[in-house]
Design a binder for this molecule. Sequence first.
Ligand code: 3PG
Length: 403
Amino acid sequence: KKTVDDINAKGKRVLVRCDFNVPLKNGQITDETRIVAALPTIKKLIADGGKVILCSHLGKVKNGPNEGESLAPVAVRLSEKLGQPVNFVADYNVTGEAATKAVEAMKDGDVVLLQNTRFRGAEETKNGEAFSKELADLADIYVCDAFGSSHRAHASVAGVTKFITAKGGENVVGYLMQKEIDFLGNAVENPVRPFVAILGGAKVADKLNVIANLLEKCDTLIIGGGMAYTFLKAKGYEVGTSLVDDEKIDYCKEMMAKADKLGKKLLLPVDTTIAAAFPNPIDAEIEVSAVDSDKIPADKMGLDIGPKTAELYADAVKSAKTVVWNGPMGVFENPILAKGTIAVAKSLAETDATTIIGGGDSAAAVNQLGFGDKMSHISTGGGASLEFLEGKELPGVMAADDK
Ligand code: 3PG
């Protein structure tokens, strides 16, 4: 793929699609990871002397454009990080006259941020062509650096490229996009072995294709979190009141048979931390105990992997050269039920292996537990990193190929 290193943006108008979909609370950014991750590309284009036009979506925008989902707070934070003004075009039309004028007034090295692309409903629809073209009309070069949005075939992510190509412009990927593709792509397609994949999270249903794909690619697949109980049930164990996805029991049986057939190790919890019920509120102090996985009492709920399992999983990580992790091992939001997730995070932090964390909950868990800077790569994509691990071709990644 062509990257920003293959272009010189001097004097050119460069449209950069970022993923500035950051969490906001009362108008304040509560996690700036995605903004920080976008800086290398933006700084390179500024250093080139390009006219840097940034765009992104924010939130779901279910009820039309509104100030609560404006990118204004992002413009402020970006400007602080870059140490230069970011001209925010607050117009809900995104590409309208205000945007055109702002771009016309740009000098080399200036930065403009357009309004939330989802304020134009066309962003998300199949009829987004006109909007794609309006975006392309603003620029000479398009840079896709929005890995977190690359599973969306949206106007500003994928649709725009063909209009850039039509006018003789170039489409390239940014540094963040490149880094994500390198780490996640190499891990799955070309891993240094042994390759251990760790999957957790609540539901088997959310990870069906990830389990199937990673089972083929890895040497050891480790299962934890809520979804482990469906596997344990499929093994014939009684799991009390633990979360079970009854419709997916056959699927779990199939995966266990597949692991045997392929000669892959599939590790399930040998013991589990149980309580009388799910904690309410989630961080409530509750009484827990650990039992072997085949001895969960009928009235108890499994909420974390047990201490023996934590040790078993940490040992598997020790022998790995590549580790991919997606999904917590238990209800990590509760300190009493975070021990399994902490043990796994610690084992990843201590190994010399390449360690890759899928975005979303796992990234949050690793950062919250203070292990963030110990990992080789933490993906900025939640849904996008999952679809990548499924082996899917992502529309944003495809479109970024200069065709
Ligand atoms: C994300 O946060 O996963 C991306 O920004 C995509 O957001 P979306 O799920 O609203 O499309």
